[in-house]
Design a protein around this ligand. Structure first.
Ligand SMILES: NC(=O)c1ccc[n+]([C@@H]2O[C@H](COP(=O)([O-])OP(=O)(O)OC[C@H]3O[C@@H](n4cnc5c(N)ncnc54)[C@H](O)[C@@H]3O)[C@@H](O)[C@H]2O)c1
Ligand SMILES: [Zn+2]
Length: 361
């Protein structure tokens, strides 16, 4: 078992990573909360698999536990579903001394975090992450959100959890595709912040894909530490936190134009990283050999590096609408050497077209 601390002053918290953690959930919540009442929020798939164990652990630690189940999938990240959860919290007499427990992936985490940020102007919540996407990215950093019909994550708040738990055993029920897609942002963390960690992916790709405990626990701990250090420097994304968007400018356009559902988020980010790497090479900021090296690792994780039917002009248009655009300029996070990136806004439209051509089939 490993523990990584997310250092955010009075909002600091610990992330616990390891096998068989679900059984000690009650004890862990007891350490961070004086609550008597809890509400567990989960989706039906996760709850069928792990709900009983989670609730047993919580009740045996003396808590009174209500629960609310949502349908799996991003469509549940809505104000309508949040409103149904508020009804459950009201009936269960959840007050500011209570605690919410998010049991699930990024959808359950973002939604529960949003509800926790807004119910009674803010109640504590604990994240029990059950997907690699949540372990590597979504559960650390305090971004919570629901979707608006016009766009993803448009309604939200910054609200940090009081503790995060990542049980590595629960990952075994994920589909192979979700495992690969979830690992995309682990590769990203290496490229943007830690060359040795990038190399870890080169050396252990097969063991990582098999979720071997000897590699998966240190891999998750490193991801949490990298994300925590970036978020610790810039909790509300005024500056350095933007580097986490490496691969996301073009990746997001691939995701939107491919139609949500065609690509998993991590797959679109993998394609976006290849395009951004190519743009960095065109601008003379990165070497072709390092860009090729990144692409080879993405391929070894069986993630896509190319996308079919890309319309460059529509993609550039979509990028200009992205909420991360500042003063009309598209900002790109580009590698300058392995483990280092910077944010640039001087990419010409021709270079963007060339980057997009590089990921075409
Ligand atoms: N807040 C952030 O910083 C942040 C960062 C990245 C992503 N996100 C958000 O996270 C969401 C995506 O997260 P996700 O990929 O975890 O999606 P998800 O929560 O929908 O989980 C994916 C699927 O896996 C199932 N599942 C979950 N755990 C399982 C397990 N252990 N075994 C078997 N099946 C399991 C779920 O029921 C679901 O069908 C998006 O809404 C995205 O916006 C947020
Ligand atoms: Zn992402």
């Amino acid at each position: 078992m490993q523990t990584v601390r997310v250092e955010l002053g009075e909002r600091s918290y610990e992330v616990t990573i390891g096998p068989a953690l679900l059984a000690s959930l009650g004890e862990r919540v007891r350490q961070v909360s004086g609550a008597t009442r809890l509400a567990v929020i989960s989706d039906r798939t996760v709850f069928d698999l792990y709900g009983r164990a989670a609730i047993a652990s919580l009740t045996s630690a003396g808590f009174t536990v209500a629960h609310h189940l949502i349908e799996p999938g991003d469509a549940s990240k809505s104000l309508a579903v949040a409103s149904e959860i508020y009804d459950t919290l009201y009936d269960a007499k959840i007050d500011r001394s209570s605690c919410l427990i998010a049991l699930g992936g990024g959808v359950v985490g973002d939604l529960t975090g949003f509800v926790a940020a807004t119910w009674l102007r803010g109640v504590p919540f604990v994240q029990v992450a059950t997907t690699l996407e949540a372990d590597i990215d979504a559960s650390v950093g305090g971004k919570t959100a629901v979707n608006h019909p016009k766009g993803k994550n448009l309604i939200g708040a910054f609200h940090q959890p009081v503790a995060v738990m990542m049980d590595t055993d629960v990952l075994r029920t994920l589909s192979a595709r979700d495992i690969r897609a979830g690992l995309s942002e682990s590769i990203k963390h290496g490229v943007i912040r830690d060359a040795a960690f990038f190399e870890f992916h080169e050396q252990h790709a097969e063991e990582i894909l098999r979720l071997e405990t000897s590699v998966i626990e240190p891999l998750l701990a490193k991801n949490v530490a990298i994300k925590a250090s970036v978020v610790g420097e810039d909790e509300r994304e005024h500056g350095v936190r933007a580097i986490l968007n490496f691969g996301h400018t073009i990746g997001h356009a691939v995701e939107v134009l491919g139609g949500y559902g065609t690509y998993r988020h991590g797959e679109a980010v993998a394609i976006g990283m290849v395009a951004a790497g190519r743009i960095a090479v065109l601008q003379g900021r990165w070497t072709q050999s390092q860009c090729d090296r990144m692409e080879r690792v993405i391929e070894r994780f069986e993630l896509p590096t190319r996308a079919a039917n890309l319309d460059a002009e529509a993609m550039i248009d979509a990028m200009q609408r992205d909420k991360k655009v500042k003063n009309g300029k598209i900002r790109f996070v580009l590698p300058t050497r392995m483990g280092f990136v910077d944010v640039f806004d001087d990419i010409t439209v021709e270079q963007m077209r060339e980057g997009i051509r590089a990921i075409g089939m």
